[in-house]
Design a protein around this ligand. Structure first.
Ligand code: SF4
Length: 374
């Protein structure tokens, strides 16, 4: 297939693999002391397992699967709070499909839908806006979820609702941002990541500049990567070149899509509608400072937290809830999915117990689907 085949060329992959092997040896890595490379984005985790890149690279390279799947890190409390809205009269809940299976304490959106709750799957927040236009006697609440990739679409839907004065549309905002959890991981003393593969889609919006602190403050190289197998192979090679040559910087392998300063239209919509929360809870990781977005007061009428008096408080601080599963340790590379006693036993994609089994981009779901557990 044109435009895809050239990123899946097996001969090129073998050549890059040979270069990776040579450089990782020069870097002093071997299978007993591998270089740990964290891919931040769940899309990259999926590509790595789907195409067997973890097996293709030499054993001197170990991938650590970071917290880059927004569905996986969504705290249970937020699912519960969203579902509680359905107990009010005349409310239609709308959500992206991948959030439908996230378990809350009283079930997932999908299970509640099966039990009769009016939860509708949408492909975009503008679909949700259309449902609001067609149902003026109902309150339509969209479950805003995702990183800087999906947040602009939510922002634009709020701007559109304000422009049309649509009074029965609001957003339950759970948008989060990528740089703060990377800082949080790097500040943990016992985490030893040698380099980062930066997210492609998020960087399309925010650019590569927001990752400068990783190189400047923490001395770790970053390469923003595309999603095809050769993109990832080349990104590993670029990281190794930095390590061997003693350079530490943010490089951009995905230059066909990503720029240094990001997408100004998306960034403008984001800044107009959202502000940073003091902190936000990440399932499995706990509270992370300045890692969430909330709707500005100027747009309060479209903020479900304001409209329904929900108020943000994490499940950790409010109810003493802690994720009893070791998903957080998998996300920072301290454990592999197969180290978890629940993996492929009582925790499967059909019956996810923990965060990383819910979405196909979660590390445990990827291991399960592509046989990483073997
Ligand atoms: S197998 Fe399930 S419970 Fe264990 S780390 Fe993975 S998602 Fe979490």
């Amino acid at each position: 297939m044109q435009l895809v085949d050239e990123f899946r060329d097996a001969r090129l992959a073998k050549r890059i693999r040979a270069d990776i092997e040579e450089l990782s040896t020069k870097a002093g890595a071997d299978e007993t002391n591998p270089l740990q490379i964290m891919e931040i984005c769940g899309g990259h985790t999926h590509t790595i397992f789907r195409h067997g890149i973890d097996k293709l690279v030499p054993r001197s390279i170990e991938f650590v699967h970071g917290p880059g799947c927004p569905v996986c890190v969504l705290p249970m409390q937020r699912v519960d709070e969203f579902l509680e809205l359905a107990e009010r009269d005349s409310v239609i809940l709308t959500s992206y499909g991948d959030a439908m299976r996230v378990p809350g304490r009283n079930g997932s959106l999908q299970q509640c839908k099966a039990a009769g709750v009016d939860v509708r799957m949408v492909y975009s927040p503008s679909d949700s806006l259309e449902i609001a236009r067609k149902n003026p006697d109902k309150q339509v609440v969209f479950f805003g979820l995702g990183f800087e990739t999906t947040a602009p679409a939510t922002a634009i839907s709020i701007l559109q609702a304000a422009k049309e004065d649509i009074a029965n549309f609001s957003v339950f905002c759970n948008h989060i941002t990528v740089p703060p959890p990377i800082r949080s991981i790097l500040e943990q003393a016992d985490v030893s990541i040698d380099g980062f593969i930066g997210p492609g889609h998020v960087s399309m919006v925010i650019g590569t500049r927001p990752y400068d602190f990783i190189a400047e403050e923490f001395g770790k190289p970053v390469v923003v990567a595309g999603f095809e197998p050769l993109d990832l192979m080349q990104s590993v090679l670029m990281l190794l070149r930095q390590i061997v040559e003693g350079r530490v910087m943010v490089e951009n392998q995905y230059s066909r899509v990503v720029t240094r300063d990001g997408n100004p239209v998306s960034l403008s919509a984001l800044n107009e509608v959202f502000e940073t929360r003091p902190s936000f809870e990440w399932r499995g990781l706990g509270e992370i400072e300045s890692s969430g977005l909330r709707i500005r007061k100027q747009f309060a009428e479209f903020d479900a937290e304001e409209r329904f008096g929900i108020g943000y408080g994490s499940s950790v601080t409010r109810e003493g809830y802690r994720d009893q599963y070791p998903c957080g340790k998998v996300m920072i590379g301290k454990l592999k999915p197969f180290d978890c006693p629940h993996f492929c036993k009582d925790c499967t994609p059909e019956t996810p117990l923990g965060a990383l089994m819910v979405s196909s981009e979660g590390a445990c779901a990827a291991y399960h689907q592509y046989g990483g557990f073997q």
